[in-house]
Ligand binder design. Structure first.
Ligand code: BGC
Length: 383
């Protein structure tokens, strides 16, 4: 194992990504369509479902309840559209029980050991909603609140801007946190998510999106035949409660080596302590690339449909989770029971338990600072 070596990441996301291209002479507001429909009510507030579609066959449905991507349609190699994310057909499904399908996760994506952390010599106690640990923002995280929503039409893109003011003390976190999450659709087949937050008191922030992908477009099948490449030499080994042990482990020669395209199912069931602990892959990979590098860091390919998804991010890590806790008891869209490993998550983020691990890149946000993060999920076809 290698001792962790801190490195600096540029959080100024916007300049990292090249400008969008337009199709033809028309403006995005003319070629990218947006539909809004009522999606029910939560916390006494009306919830809306937005459908944003471009001319290239990408169509995404997003609701302002939890900022959830409920559907993401992209064509396969024959041009046939398919929905590549898990979710429910209606709001009630999300209200009843959801393992964070498609949602925005906050204030802290992933686990915080023992459900507590200290900041400036004060200890903050959070909910222990995952055995002894805190997970994904607590009992009622950002995935379960109604966000203010606004559609912004720009020359080359349509944006869905979601805003939420997380009050001081919510779920035990300090500071009033003003959060803005923007979904951006242009004429490329990609979904870009920009995250922004400011606070009036020192706090911690680690936002991500929890979409469950199945690039076959058929969640009745597992993702074991998907091929994955992660440009990363290290992952974070975890203890039995999935908290990182503080060191980086080299992936070379282990089931965690995705530095070249590799079938996910190849080593997922090998007898290896780390694999068994996660029940499969449920670990954070570390990006050691230099700052300001806009290249894609992760590529996911499904040979049967020809769909390729690339992930480009400003974040220093990514939790790769293979749906090990899906067990067929949840029935999702179209009446399909979501079975073991029928989808996977690629959650770009800072490392789990960072508030308690001084050697990890900081997740502290102070008044006067701006939290900025950006991730693109880009789709294409490989013959
Ligand atoms: C975590 C898993 C967890 C899943 C759903 C993932 O981000 O790493 O351990 O089961 O979210 O809660």
């Amino acid at each position: 194992m290698k001792k962790f070596q801190p490195f600096i990441f540029c959080l100024l996301a916007a300049p990292l990504f090249t400008a969008c291209s337009t199709s033809g002479q028309k403006e995005a507001s003319e070629v990218i369509t947006v539909q809004e429909e009522p999606f029910g009510e939560a916390d006494g507030k009306k919830v809306t479902l937005f459908t944003i579609s471009n001319q290239q066959g990408l169509s995404v449905k997003i609701t302002n309840y939890g900022g959830i991507i409920t559907s993401l349609i992209v064509p396969d190699k024959t041009g046939k559209p398919g929905d590549v994310v898990l979710g429910y057909d209606n709001l009630q499904g999300y209200l009843d029980k959801s393992p964070y399908f498609g949602s925005i996760i906050g204030r802290y994506g992933n686990r915080i050991a023992g459900g507590q952390f200290s900041l400036n010599d004060k200890t903050y106690v959070l909910a222990k909603n995952n055995n002894t640990n805190h997970l994904h923002g607590g009992v009622k995280g950002f995935d379960k609140v109604v966000w203010e929503a606004e559609v912004v039409r720009e020359e080359k893109a349509v944006k869905l801007v979601l805003k939420y003011l997380s009050p001081d003390g919510e779920e035990g976190y300090p500071g009033n946190l003003q959060v803005e999450v923007t979904y951006i659709i242009d004429e490329r087949n990609q979904v870009r998510i920009d995250y922004r937050a400011t606070t009036d008191a020192p706090t911690i922030v680690n936002l991500t999106n929890h979409s469950y992908f199945n690039l076959i477009g058929d969640p009745a099948q597992t993702i074991l035949d998907h091929e994955l490449m992660i440009k990363s030499d290290y992952f974070l080994p975890v203890d039995s409660t999935l908290i990182p042990m503080g060191e980086l482990m080299k992936v070379t020669g282990t089931p965690f080596d995705f530095s070249e395209f590799r079938r996910i199912g190849d080593s997922i069931d090998v007898e290896q302590t780390q694999i068994l602990r996660g029940g499969g892959y449920d670990h954070c990979w570390v990006f050691t690339r230099s700052s300001n590098d806009p290249e894609n860091l992760v590529s996911l390919f499904d040979p049967s449909s020809g769909r390729l998804m690339e992930v480009i991010t400003t974040e220093p890590g990514m939790q790769f989770y293979t749906g090990n806790f899906l067990d067929g008891t949840i029935t999702g869209k179209g009446g399909v029971a979501y079975k073991f490993r029928s989808a996977l998550c690629l959650e770009t983020q800072h490392y789990p338990d960072s508030p308690n691990q001084p050697d990890f890149p900081s997740v502290t946000l102070n008044p006067g600072e701006e939290y900025l993060s950006s991730t693109i999920y880009r789709f294409s076809i490989e013959p």
